[in-house]
Ligand binder design. Structure first.
Ligand SMILES: [Zn+2]
Length: 73
């Protein structure tokens, strides 16, 4: 995927996350309202996911639970 704000291209397996971190680092000040909302939602999900995983590290189903939650958003 290509960055909407510059010519950077993300082709790695985790391109969505790479792009997410790239946006936050390089373009957060110029994001459109819509992109900023998406960024903030994703950031919040990542934070709650890492919080959840650190609490439930022995639970192997944490990723599945997280994914089913995401699909409802
Ligand atoms: Zn960019």
């Amino acid at each position: 995927m290509k960055c909407n704000y510059c010519d950077e291209i993300f082709n790695d397996d985790d391109s969505v996350m790479s792009h997410f971190y790239h946006l936050g680092k390089n373009h957060y000040d110029v994001l459109t309202d819509e992109d900023r909302i998406i960024y903030d939602i994703r950031k919040k999900m990542i934070e709650s996911k890492s919080k959840y995983e650190s609490q439930k590290q022995t639970d192997g189903d944490s990723d599945l639970i997280f994914n089913s939650r995401n699909s409802e958003v």
